[in-house]
Design a protein around this ligand. Structure first.
Ligand code: PPE
Length: 307
């Protein structure tokens, strides 16, 4: 991990190494914390955070879902991101990944969490291609997980809460143990839900298809890709996808803040399309990177420049 000078913690900038927490912090034991993954891109006009408002709104929505009262407003949190990136500016040579975390701190034990103190931290470090430079160019190998995505009857997928990620972590571990790069999880009805940390798309006969948000995160990158598809006049449908349909798709890819747009070249030992990044996938990637790098004025409203 590429460290930077400061981490924002409970209203102050503290040196990276000093952003620590007590071993009896409530979240560490029971997994209730909410977080975001946001990226800032090194544009020709300097570092710019992509869709800061949307990520911060989702962070607060996640907190609301799991009954954590954020001590900071949306505006205060947005300003904290900007303050942190400004303070660390000299440490960043490339794109930056930002991780705000609202967690339950030290003071009470036992499952009941409403009396635990609420702490907030924001860290930001340089992070390259999530699924590897080779993966983002030529595509990755995916395994359909033996784990079902957290069912809505048991847990709430629209909250980006730490606890939800045990399911993702086990799926990811299994995929890698079986020689793949990433896991794709089905829902409890057998339809495609999402990747361990990404949304999923296929292309069939020129139409872009992604599953509904039934029990998944409401993804910001997915929404951006849908907007781009409209711009490029690519027909789009949001509907259920089955595993056999993936095997015969022309293209498939993952989207996420960390994963950006990562092509999928193989699923369960079947090549997808030509077994490399598909044509529509590449077009969407090109348009996406132009937007996040500040080269498409239509999308300037999504960028918060740090100067
Ligand atoms: N589904 C899940 C389960 C998920 O974790 C993410 C993001 C997405 C979909 C895509 O959402 P969005 O980033 O808004 O497009 N996963 C984050 C965590 C990755 C990690 O390893 O940590 C991310 O991409 O930042």
């Amino acid at each position: 991990m590429k460290e930077a000078k400061y981490i924002w913690k409970d209203g102050k900038l503290v040196p990276w190494a000093e952003a620590t927490t007590h071993i009896l912090s409530h979240t560490l034991h029971y997994g209730n914390a909410v977080f975001e993954g946001t990226r800032a891109y090194m544009t020709p006009k300097g570092l710019a955070i992509f869709r800061l408002k949307d990520h911060t709104k989702r962070l607060l929505n996640s907190a609301k879902i799991v009954c954590i009262n954020s001590p900071y407003t949306q505006e205060e949190l947005e300003n904290a991101h900007i303050e942190l990136l400004r303070a660390n500016k000299d440490d960043y040579k490339g794109n930056v990944y930002i991780r705000p975390l609202i967690y339950l701190g030290y003071g009470v034990m036992g499952l009941y969490h409403m009396n635990a103190p609420v702490n907030v931290a924001i860290a930001a470090w340089e992070w390259g291609a999530y699924l590897g430079a080779e993966g983002i160019t030529n595509g990755i190998k995916v395994k359909i997980s033996s784990f079902v995505r957290n069912p809505t009857k048991a847990i709430m997928g629209k909250a980006k809460t730490a606890a939800n990620y045990l399911n993702s972590q086990m799926a990811k571990h299994e995929a890698i143990a079986y020689g793949c790069d990433e896991a794709l999880l089905l829902d409890d009805n057998g339809f495609v839900a999402e990747g361990s940390g990404e949304c999923f798309f296929i292309v069939r006969d020129g139409t872009l298809i992604t599953p509904p948000y039934d029990n998944t995160l409401e993804s910001i990158t997915q929404a951006t890709v849908i907007e781009i598809a409209k711009d490029l006049n690519i027909p789009f449908k949001q509907r259920h996808i089955t595993r056999d349909e993936i095997y015969i798709a022309d293209e498939a890819f993952f989207t996420g803040t960390a994963a950006e747009i990562t092509p999928i070249r193989e699923v369960d030992a079947r090549s997808i399309g030509k077994g490399t990044a598909g044509e529509i996938t590449k077009k969407l990637q090109e348009a996406f990177f132009a937007i996040v790098n500040g080269e498409n004025p239509k999308y300037n409203h999504y960028l918060t420049y740090i100067n």
